[in-house]
Ligand binder design. Structure first.
Ligand SMILES: [Zn+2]
Length: 58
């Protein structure tokens, strides 16, 4: 899926415009390399996974 979606640098809203329609801040290109070994958000993702794993089994 190819899209030129951008992400607002202020409110985090996704938009196709260069300027956020919600707050007027500049929209930036979200990180294309999501599977980098230095994924600094990996810890949050793993934490969420653990959170769901703990709650799903019961
Ligand atoms: Zn915004």
């Amino acid at each position: 899926m190819k899209s030129k979606i951008l992400k607002c640098s202020e409110c985090g809203r996704y938009t196709l415009k260069a300027v956020c329609p919600a707050c007027g801040a500049a929209a930036i290109n979200p990180r294309p390399a999501r599977y980098s070994p230095e994924d600094r958000y990996g810890v949050y993702r793993r934490r969420m996974k653990r959170f769901y794993d703990d709650g799903a089994g019961t």
